[in-house]
Design a protein around this ligand. Structure first.
Ligand code: 5GP
Length: 187
């Protein structure tokens, strides 16, 4: 039994992910003019992406993390955002890039942008690996997008279903029988 058996189809393979992340890293370094960048990863989904993105930036990089409540026990956004873990350090005067795995409704990012903007960063930008092509509940500007994707529930490369599949090296769509009839999903 392999975790790959639960995947219906691969949406973005590992080599394609890495090639795009190299471009994103170069773009972030260019836009910040070689100045130090603080990457703020949103736990846990953004961890794998952040690890590769950080190595693709040829400039001084600092890391910090936030954890927010996301989908709870469903595969739909609840429209509620709760801070479970705040940043360790102040961001005043820093060039901050919020690193997120996926933008779906935009509610999480909209909330975080409002919150962090109040803390006086020198700049505040958003880098999302995936951007779901569907109407947003909140308008937000995503400065760096890895891949626009169809409106499907995806797993892998940090993204989970019921805390599993984060370690898949690619982005894929689960077979329906994996989540049908299950109540404990997402997060
Ligand atoms: P938003 O607030 O934009 O609706 O949701 C963002 C969060 O929802 C993401 O950080 C992620 O945790 C979760 N999410 C949204 N779409 C998906 C998806 O297709 N798969 C998984 N695994 N999580 C998702």
């Amino acid at each position: 039994m392999s975790i790959h058996d639960d995947i219906e189809r691969v949406l973005i393979d590992a080599a394609t992910l890495q090639a795009r992340i190299a471009e994103l890293g170069a773009q972030i370094a260019r836009d910040t003019g070689g100045e130090p960048v603080l990457l703020v990863g949103i736990l846990k989904g953004a961890v794998l992406f952040l690890a590769d993105l950080a190595r693709a930036i040829d400039a001084p990089v600092e890391l910090d993390f936030m954890a927010v409540s996301s989908y709870g026990n469903t595969m739909q956004s609840q429209g509620r955002v709760r801070i479970l873990k705040d940043l360790d350090d102040a961001i005043s005067g820093k060039h901050v890039v919020l690193v997120e795995d996926i933008i779906d409704t935009g509610l999480t990012m909209s909330y975080l942008l409002d919150l962090l903007r109040q803390r006086g960063p020198a700049s505040l930008r958003v880098c999302a690996l995936l951007d779901k092509q569907k109407p947003r509940a909140r308008h937000i500007t995503v400065d760096y997008i890895g891949f626009p994707i169809e409106n499907a529930f995806v797993v892998g490369y940090g993204l989970d279903f019921a805390q599993r599949y984060r370690n898949l090296p690619y982005i894929g769509v689960l077979k329906p029988e994996v989540y049908q009839g299950r109540k404990n999903a997402g997060g």
